[in-house]
Design a protein around this ligand. Structure first.
Ligand SMILES: Cc1ncc(COP(=O)(O)O)c(C=O)c1O
Length: 373
């Protein structure tokens, strides 16, 4: 029940006007454990065994004291170079957050001002808009273009020139369309207005290799900020840890509005272990890319309407009512995400890509449901 309509409580104090007006981010997060979870683009196998071992070895002492973050930024920078993302980053260019969601929230707290504009694309990750609304910002969303959902480059550039937005949020590759944006284009966008903070959400970059990090010099481009997380590829979604990478100034301002111990000791311990075992994550990414090729052939061979680009997910438009197909898949033990109400892709389902065996399980169930009389 919406607490604001619960008549068993007398009238509570009102929150800020922006908060009273905002539409909260909601996602069907409960009761998912027993299903094949192709609904949140998570790692479908779980983290490295070394992460589990490190968590088992956590001492009572470590739990009793406040978390310590020493060495974590350096471990993150080292991990980027293991991934071939050679950078000359210093530790004061890395912010640590309780998941990238918390980084996004802090960016809005530090930079989002009532009446100013947040520019983004549509459809895209659903958390940017409520954060902008929370600050009383205007949201300007540029639609992806054409049947392939191409990035609206000229429109974004023009909107930055004409509206001087305070913040620009670009998800690369985009969730849910998979649209990719080349690093040179991002630098062109960042060059337009030094007063606009350009945030590049690279949550799914591991599946495309399009990171802007090797191309950017934050000393020249201090208005660019990059977000990366251990939630998806490294399989730590339940522990919540993410990073913001940028100029020391911007990282400091965002850290100012973040609590001193917001990232807990379990997440820190798991992050050290995951960052030190990149080969496990690389093997998972390889497996997903193989499964992606497998499902692509099936979709093409059967003439199934779909859209598959960057990221560990694709969109499919069922011939039957999408809502019905979603429910039938759930009955078969498979969760996918209904894109109902999303600009341009209403009527589709977003399906996360796991292993080839998991894609086979999905595909068999999907075909059976679609072909049911
Ligand atoms: C594009 C994008 N950004 C950020 C997030 C949140 O990431 P985290 O789990 O690190 O908070 C998600 C999660 O689905 C996402 O899809």
């Amino acid at each position: 029940m919406d607490p604001s309509t619960d008549s068993s409580f007398s009238k509570p104090p009102l929150a800020r006007l922006e908060v009273e007006r905002m539409k909260p981010y909601s996602a069907p997060l409960e009761g998912r454990r027993t299903f094949l979870r192709l609904d949140f683009n998570e790692n479908t196998l779980g983290p490295s065994p070394k992460v589990l071992e490190a968590l088992r070895n956590i001492s009572a002492n470590q739990i009793a004291i406040y978390p310590e973050y020493s060495g974590l930024r350096e471990a993150f920078i080292k991990n980027l170079s293991t991934q071939g993302l050679l950078t000359s980053l210093l530790s004061n260019q890395i912010g640590i957050f309780n998941g990238v969601d918390a980084a996004i929230n802090s960016i809005f707290h530090a930079y989002g001002h009532s009446g100013e504009t947040m520019l983004t694309t549509t459809p895209t990750f659903g958390y940017y808009t409520p954060c902008a609304q929370m600050q009383g910002m205007q949201v300007l969303s540029m639609p992806y273009q054409g049947k392939d959902f191409d990035f609206p480059f000229e429109k974004i550039c023009t909107a930055i020139r004409e509206t001087q937005p305070r913040l620009v949020f670009l998800c690369n590759p985009n969730n849910p369309t998979g649209t990719r944006l080349a690093p040179e284009k991002i630098l062109e966008i960042a060059d337009i207005s030094s007063d606009t903070l350009i945030v590049i959400d690279e949550l799914y970059e591991a599946f495309t290799g399009d990171s802007v990090l090797p191309s950017v010099n934050f000393a020249d481009t201090p208005n660019l900020l990059v977000l990366r997380s251990l939630s998806k590829t490294a399989g730590l979604a339940g522990l919540r840890i993410g990073f913001a990478i940028g100029s020391p100034y911007v990282v400091d301002r965002i850290a100012r509005v973040t609590g001193p111990y917001d990232i807990n000791s379990f997440a820190v311990t798991a992050a050290f272990a995951a960052l030190a075992d990149q080969s496990y994550t690389d093997a998972y990414i390889k497996e997903v890319l193989q499964a992606r090729d497998w499902i692509k052939v099936k979709l093409l061979d059967t003439g199934t309407r779909h859209h598959l680009d960057g990221g560990n997910y694709f969109l499919v438009w069922p011939r039957r009512q999408h809502h019905e197909v979603d429910i039938c898949l759930k009955k078969e033990g498979i969760l996918v995400r209904d894109m109902v109400g999303k600009d341009l892709i209403d009527g589709s389902l977003r399906v996360s890509i796991g292993t080839t065996t998991q894609m086979e399980q999905f595909w068999n169930a999907y075909l059976t449901i679609e072909n049911k009389k």
